[in-house]
Design a protein around this ligand. Structure first.
Ligand code: 5AD
Length: 333
């Protein structure tokens, strides 16, 4: 398998859908993991980048079938953080050592162009932290404005590259528009993050191969690849969770195909298995995110059931994570 991968990469600089799909389905993936780890080591030298994530609103206008925040879930109590609270939390994260803050929310129209712009400007006036926005699909004009205000990166997962699967899961939007947004984001000069889920109903190895190739086509700088986790208050509540093994395989192949791509060990992977989440750093991952969302809101940002701790001491959280990374023989940054 590794021979076929190497030959294709050398000959054409890319991998075919068939090779990716066949490799994903191998009985024994050991050699491929080893190659992914080698590439990761060459590019990232054992560094694991830590990002803080602030989930500032769980209000969402969309109806994504898999997500606990979808607007049809009436059981969920909703919250919206104020501008000052967002800035203060970000400053606390900066003081704790974080160099990037991910500002994430549901698709919440309450936060308009100016409001998000003010938050970005205020943060940038007061500290040197990098800002990643993750607010869903907005207009090109809004994306452009926030870039001018000082935002550095934008995270918008494509979720699945199969238009039929996408349509079945999203009564609220099209794959076409999602990809259009990603192209605008890239064109506007953001570092662009996409990603997808493993284990969606109807997905095959071909679909996942297509997902990996779409990351490449979009020239993504980052990709979050995580297993689907069934949420009891959604339409997909009876679906099995995604495979952690297949998740790691997709991360490994993404590393091999796109050596410089940032690949987080996703929270969702850690929810299904802390061991697998640690393990993914030895098969391609180079990034990890840590919540800095204030404790009162944390349990309400339930995209999927997490069962993870709700400890909200930002300084302690950062130190624990750094220790865990060093335990793996890696260097936190
Ligand atoms: N299981 C796993 N991941 C999910 N996401 C949303 N719902 C689920 C779920 N049930 C992911 C999507 C989204 C990100 C914020 O969380 O990929 O982009």
């Amino acid at each position: 398998a590794v021979k076929r991968i190497r030959e294709e990469l050398v000959a054409g600089g890319t991998l075919s859908l068939g090779t990716l799909a066949d490799t994903l389905a191998l009985d024994d993936f050991t050699e491929v993991y080893r190659l992914a780890d080698q590439v990761n080591e060459e590019v990232n030298h054992g560094v694991v980048r830590i990002r803080a994530i602030l989930e500032f609103s769980n209000v969402c206008r969309r109806q994504c079938r898999y997500c606990g925040l979808n607007c049809e879930n009436k059981k969920l109590e909703r919250y919206q953080m104020g501008e000052d609270e967002m800035v203060q939390t970000t400053l606390a994260a900066y003081r704790a050592g974080y160099q990037t803050i991910v500002l994430q929310s549901g698709e919440d129209p309450y936060y308009d162009k100016e409001m998000i712009g003010r938050v970005i400007r205020e943060i940038k006036a007061r500290c040197g932290i990098s800002i990643t926005l993750s607010l869903g699909e907005r207009t090109k004009e809004e994306y452009a404005y926030w870039k001018e205000c000082g935002a550095d990166r934008y995270l918008l997962k494509h979720e699945t590259s199969d238009p039929e699967i996408y349509a079945a899961l999203h009564p609220c939007g099209t794959l076409e528009n999602r990809i259009q947004c990603l192209r605008w984001i890239k064109e506007l000069g953001y570092e662009t993050g996409s990603g997808f889920m493993i284990g969606l109903p109807g997905q095959t190895c071909d679909t996942i191969a297509g997902d990996i190739l779409l990351l490449r086509e979009l020239s993504c700088d980052m990709a979050g690849i995580g297993p689907f986790i069934a949420h009891p208050d959604t339409a997909l509540k009876d679906q099995p969770n995604g495979s952690t093994e297949l998740t790691k395989r997709a991360v490994a192949l993404s590393r091999i195909l796109m050596p410089h791509l940032h690949l987080p060990a996703t929270t969702a992977l850690g929810v299904l298995s802390q061991g697998e989440k640690s393990d993914v750093f030895s098969c391609g991952a180079d990034v990890v995110m840590r919540k800095v969302t204030p404790g009162a809101y944390r349990r309400l940002y339930e995209i999927y059931p997490s069962g993870l701790g709700l400890d909200d001491d930002i300084v302690k959280g950062r130190m624990e994570l750094e220790d865990a990374i060093r335990q793996l023989g890696k260097q936190p940054l």
